[in-house]
Design a protein around this ligand. Structure first.
Ligand code: ZN
Ligand code: ZN
Length: 108
């Protein structure tokens, strides 16, 4: 059984337009704003990614970086960029930029 997690209050000052738009989308999707922010902060603190080859989920903290390509190596199938063909590697590179933009830097 999981013990209930301690809750903490967070007060932020952010762009009013961003907040208004986000609230609208969150309302439409019926997701509480606090859960959205919690999800993001959790990802920021300990990013979890899916392996591009086998699809297994792993946390960046558990992954070694490949000295050749500089990508995280999947702990399950040991794939990094070196194990992908060029077209796939390019696609992955651009997909990865979405979350690197989100977390303002490299995931690892
Ligand atoms: Zn894998
Ligand atoms: Zn590699």
């Amino acid at each position: 059984m999981n013990t209930p997690k301690k809750r903490a209050k967070l007060t932020l000052t952010i762009d009013a337009d961003v907040l208004e738009k986000a609230k609208k989308v969150a309302d439409q999707k019926r997701i509480p704003m606090s859960r959205l922010i919690e999800n993001f902060l959790e990802f920021f603190a300990n990013p979890e990614v899916y392996c591009f080859k086998c699809g297994d989920k792993f946390t960046s903290a558990d992954a070694e970086l490949c000295p050749r390509c500089g990508w995280m190596i999947c702990p399950k199938c040991s794939t990094c960029r070196c194990g992908l063909d060029e077209d796939t590697a390019v696609a992955v590179f651009h997909m990865r930029r979405v979350y690197e933009d989100l977390v303002s830097g490299r995931v690892k």
